[in-house]
Ligand binder design. Structure first.
Ligand SMILES: *[C@@H]1O[C@H](CO)[C@@H](O)[C@H](O)[C@H]1NC(C)=O
Ligand SMILES: *[C@@H]1O[C@H](CO)[C@@H](O)[C@H](O)[C@H]1NC(C)=O
Ligand SMILES: *[C@@H]1O[C@H](CO)[C@@H](O)[C@H](O)[C@H]1NC(C)=O
Ligand SMILES: *[C@@H]1O[C@H](CO)[C@@H](O)[C@H](O)[C@H]1NC(C)=O
Ligand SMILES: *[C@@H]1O[C@H](CO)[C@@H](O)[C@H](O)[C@H]1NC(C)=O
Ligand SMILES: *[C@@H]1O[C@H](CO)[C@@H](O)[C@H](O)[C@H]1NC(C)=O
Ligand SMILES: *[C@@H]1O[C@H](CO)[C@@H](O)[C@H](O)[C@H]1NC(C)=O
Ligand SMILES: *[C@@H]1O[C@H](CO)[C@@H](O)[C@H](O)[C@H]1NC(C)=O
Ligand SMILES: *[C@@H]1O[C@H](CO)[C@@H](O)[C@H](O)[C@H]1NC(C)=O
Ligand SMILES: *[C@@H]1O[C@H](CO)[C@@H](O)[C@H](O)[C@H]1NC(C)=O
Ligand SMILES: *[C@@H]1O[C@H](CO)[C@@H](O)[C@H](O)[C@H]1NC(C)=O
Ligand SMILES: *[C@@H]1O[C@H](CO)[C@@H](O)[C@H](O)[C@H]1NC(C)=O
Length: 787
């Protein structure tokens, strides 16, 4: 009844304006853009209100469905293959005799299916509801546009569970834009920026449906009633916007607009009327995350919003407000802090993604901490907490007030200006300078092109590139996040640089390490080929890449790149020319002197401290031992293999000890079913420290029986006041020997809570705090019986 009424109403209103449509479209029919005298460019619905066919898109045309019968045309609410380039004016849409809808352009050389329908259609119809339908010979629907919404929902159309509406780029460009509305499985209706995970951190609006089950759908009625209901019809409805029965017969449409706002529009009865917004969410125009692109923050204005760049940044495209911002200077990765300063922006909030968090800090300390850390690009200070961040910063918006201060690292121009007494340059110098200028120009052009390519998807740029790469190479479903700034290698490349994995450097817990060289053999690298077990753990691999890729510390071996190629997973590290600590400690000719030993101990402690306290999330190394500590050409100790250990979850501790077989370094709680904390690394460090002091292995069967287990021997010597025995009565600083031994004994306390934090350990090693005597050892006998 209502439909007939609506139909009559619409017919009376709109027929004056539009030609009347046809009810059934038969195979053999076609549409063209230009031959409008001989053919149509669209198929109209019976009332003439809606049309299916060509509409203008950019410099060409696209196939879509739009409102034809009213003056304020054209409202396009569905576009076929919306991300394809527009077709030129020679295009022709054919309903082929074998029942397909095919868009052809000779000029473009394309032949595209519009519907990808599952079977042959025998007829088609543009209905008065705005739905375009294909039928088969049984008159049953085999395809309908209502099942494939783009950015708009019409009355009687549903957004079913797990379906999305993707916004358009703009009102005139109907390609996939930057925001989406998702009907979630958990019954929430929610909006996210395109390309972000569907989690609370990225969502910017949601509507809850308590108790509605897992089959909720979004409905719009022909009186403007917008509501959620269980598609099984088992529960009541949850109203989002109440309808008005006196306004039946108006045109309604719900659309997620290019600015990320969801709006319900109506069109008045009056033909001269306008579209008006009767409901919209969210209210705050700055709420859609990433509305301003990268490194920019959104500022509310009375009617709308604006985008501001961070200090020292400029818009990537000056004529596009939301193109995001880039540095207006070239940041060289690790220049001395003198060339940078920190500029403040008050009261902005950003995505909560931090390199590290320093608590109980001051504004000045926060600035200084960032200036000293070459990985830190910005720091957020709020109520004594300092969060170090790296670029790009996302989701920025200005708050009305608040305690947040964002500090941005910007360069202080140190290049001397030309005016002052510049000595005359020789021809050679001039030549060099012009060559460099040309090179610089080339770099600028290339980066310009790159920036341009990234601009559109600024918010999500790299993750998208990864998705595309993935599609091309048909890997598993991996999406490496943009946080990883590592070089990606192909397997073939690594095969080449390692000379087909010729020279083995060592074997770790997770694979074999090979020597290689890149950059015409100039830079040596270590390539670790992860074994199968690990390669299968796709998610962990990614997580670890993210974590490791962001670590940067002089006492950690740096990860340079990775290979994720077919089933192969390899990691590329900097090469350590002096081998491992085990190598130098346990080879008599290579043994370092006492002072060097102490330096090595401090460096290891600094590296672990970084993993424990400067990294977010915290990294537990889990496998601190001399074999995993490598020495660079200056004999500076660096921890390797960090983070990979975290691949093993606590509930796999059994597997863990099996795999390692490095008994002697493993903290006792691994054997009890206790949760594992950073204190397991402290324990292992304690053992390594004893090995450094004594320059011997923690378990050595070649020495007298009472000395075989180093930790027991060390306790014995400490309690008897015979520490000299530990160093074979060599001449060393007695005081220092005592304090370092005490540190080690504290570290290997049986009870994790008794062990000091790494911060405390470092202070103790450096002699800046007093060290009490470690408690005498009481070992529950049961623990040492098994294993
Ligand atoms: C154009 O469309 C109208 C109404 O839909 C129809 O009557 C007419 O035959 C079409 N013209 C051609 C050339 O197909
Ligand atoms: C529409 O926007 C997309 C993404 O920004 C762009 O690639 C495409 O060229 C645009 N199309 C037209 C017709 O302007
Ligand atoms: C347009 O019509 C002319 C003559 O009727 C015909 O030659 C031409 O092929 C048509 N163009 C298209 C794209 O159908
Ligand atoms: C396009 O499709 C039509 C009908 O399916 C076919 O006859 C034609 O050869 C195709 N052209 C190209 C270039 O693939
Ligand atoms: C399909 O519908 C058309 C028109 O509504 C009708 O003429 C035809 O008999 C129907 N065919 C079947 C198989 O139901
Ligand atoms: C929406 O956009 C995302 C990202 O481009 C895409 O993966 C998804 O398939 C799109 N969904 C629809 C219904 O167009
Ligand atoms: C609703 O139906 C879906 C699929 O038909 C089913 O998976 C789901 O369990 C049902 N939910 C309720 C609450 O009945
Ligand atoms: C429709 O909008 C136009 C321009 O925005 C305005 O001039 C006109 O008065 C409006 N018409 C009605 C009926 O509101
Ligand atoms: C914004 O609105 C306020 C009050 O509504 C008004 O005082 C102010 O002038 C407006 N500012 C602009 C820039 O329009
Ligand atoms: C970069 O931007 C800052 C302001 O944000 C400005 O003071 C500085 O002069 C700009 N530098 C260059 C090289 O444009
Ligand atoms: C900047 O944006 C404008 C407007 O969208 C566009 O026409 C122009 O091509 C863009 N320029 C660059 C360099 O991307
Ligand atoms: C930030 O706020 C402080 C006071 O809290 C003020 O002194 C400072 O000038 C503000 N800085 C800027 C850039 O607005």
């Amino acid at each position: 009844m209502a439909t007939i009424f609506l139909f009559l109403l619409l017919s009376t209103i709109f027929t004056a304006e539009a030609q009347s449509g046809q009810s059934s479209i038969e195979p053999g029919s076609f549409l063209t853009v230009t031959n409008t005298t001989t053919t149509n460019s669209s198929w109209l619905s019976p009332s003439g209100l809606y049309a299916f066919g060509f509409h203008k898109q950019g410099n060409g045309y696209a196939i879509g469905i739009f409102v034809e019968g009213i003056p304020q045309k054209i409202v396009v609410f569905w576009t076929a293959n919306r991300d394809d380039p527009p077709v030129p004016a020679d295009a022709r849409l054919t309903f082929t005799s074998d029942g397909q809808l095919v868009l052809q352009s000779a000029q473009q050389g394309t032949n595209t299916s519009i519907t990808n329908s599952p079977g042959a259609a025998t007829s088609a119809s543009m209905l008065d509801s705005g739905n375009f339908v294909l039928y088969n010979s049984d008159n049953s629907t085999i395809w309908q546009s209502f099942d494939h919404p783009t950015d708009t929902l019409l009355p009687s159309q549903h957004l079913s569970v797990q379906k999305v509406l993707n916004s358009s780029v703009s009102d005139s460009n109907h390609s996939t834009g930057r925001f989406l509305l998702l009907m979630q499985l958990d019954g929430y209706l929610a909006m996210y920026p395109v390309g972000t995970p569907y989690t609370i951190d990225y969502g910017y609006w949601n509507y809850e449906t308590p108790g509605q089950g897992n089959n909720v759908r979004l409905n719009l009625d022909d009186n403007g009633h917008l509501y959620l209901e269980n598609g099984n019809g088992t529960a009541g409805t949850v109203d989002i916007h109440l309808g008005d029965n006196s306004k039946k017969g108006l045109l309604y449409l719900l659309r997620i607009d290019a600015d990320g706002i969801l709006r319900l529009y109506s069109h008045s009865m009056d033909q001269n009327g306008n579209w008006s917004i009767i409901w919209s969410q969210p209210d705050d125009k700055c709420a859609p995350k990433c509305i301003c692109g990268l490194n920019a923050y959104c500022v509310k204005t009375n009617q709308s919003f604006g985008c501001n760049c961070l200090p020292g940044f400029a818009l990537i495209n000056k004529s596009e407000m939301n193109s995001g911002c880039e540095r207006n200077f070239t940041a060289e990765s690790c220049k001395p802090s003198m060339t940078y300063t920190m500029e403040a922006v008050n009261n902005t909030i950003w995505e909560d993604k931090n390199i590290s968090v320093l608590s109980s800090s001051t504004q000045e300390a926060c600035k200084a901490a960032c200036l000293q850390d070459c990985n830190c690009d910005a720091a957020q200070f709020k109520q004594g907490e300092c969060k170090k961040q790296s670029l790009p910063l996302r989701f920025g918006r200005l708050l009305e007030s608040g305690p947040n201060v964002e500090f941005i690292k910007v360069s202080i121009s140190t290049t001397p200006t030309t005016a002052r007494n510049v000595p005359k340059k020789s021809k050679k110098e001039v030549l060099i300078i012009s060559v460099s200028l040309v090179a610089l120009a080339i770099v600028l052009v290339i980066s310009g092109v790159v920036m341009y390519r990234y601009r559109v998807w600024a918010c999500i740029k790299e993750s998208f590139q990864f998705i595309q790469k993935k599609k091309e190479s048909n890997h598993g479903n991996i999406v490496l996040s943009e946080e990883v700034s590592l070089r990606s290698f192909t397997y073939a490349e690594l095969e080449k640089v390692t000379d087909n994995f010729k020279e083995e450097l060592g074997r770790g817990a997770f694979g074999i390490v090979y020597k290689g060289a890149i950059g015409d053999g100039k830079k040596l690298i270590a390539v670790k080929r992860l074994d199968k077990l690990l390669a299968e753990r796709e998610r962990e691999f990614q997580t670890e890449m993210k974590v490791i890729g962001r670590t940067h510390h002089k006492n950690l071996v740096q990860l340079l790149g990775y290979c994720h190629d077919g089933p192969n997973r390899l990691l590329v590290y900097e090469y350590m020319s002096n081998g491992s600590l085990a190598d130098i400690l346990f080879t008599p000719e290579k043994q370092p002197c006492w002072d060097e030993q102490m330096e090595i101990a401090r460096n290891i402690a600094k590296g672990i401290l970084y993993l424990h306290e400067e990294c977010v999330p915290q990294i537990i190394h889990c496998d601190i031992k001399p074999q995993n500590i490598l020495m660079d050409e200056n004999m500076c100790a660096k921890i390797s293999d960090f983070g990979l250990s975290k691949l093993l979850k606590p509930d796999e501790s059994k597997t863990f000890t099996d795999i390692r077989g490095t008994r002697g370094y493993v903290a006792p709680e691994w054997h009890r079913k206790m949760s594992v904390t950073v204190k397991v690394d402290v324990y292992s460090f304690g053992i390594v420290l004893l090995e450094i002091i004594c320059r011997r292995k923690s378990v050595d069967s070649d020495v007298a029986e009472e000395e075989a287990i180093l930790e027991e021997w060390a306790y014995h010597c400490f309690e008897c006041g015979e520490l000299g025995k530990l160093v074979n009565e060599e001449e060393v600083d007695k005081k220092q020997l005592e304090r370092i031994t005490k540190v080690a004994l504290w570290c290997i306390q049986y009870e994790p809570s008794l062990r000091p934090s790494m911060k405390k350990v470092l202070q103790m090693l450096e002699g800046t705090v007093d060290i009490p005597d470690p408690p005498s050892r009481s070992i529950p006998s049961s623990v040492w019986g098994k294993d």
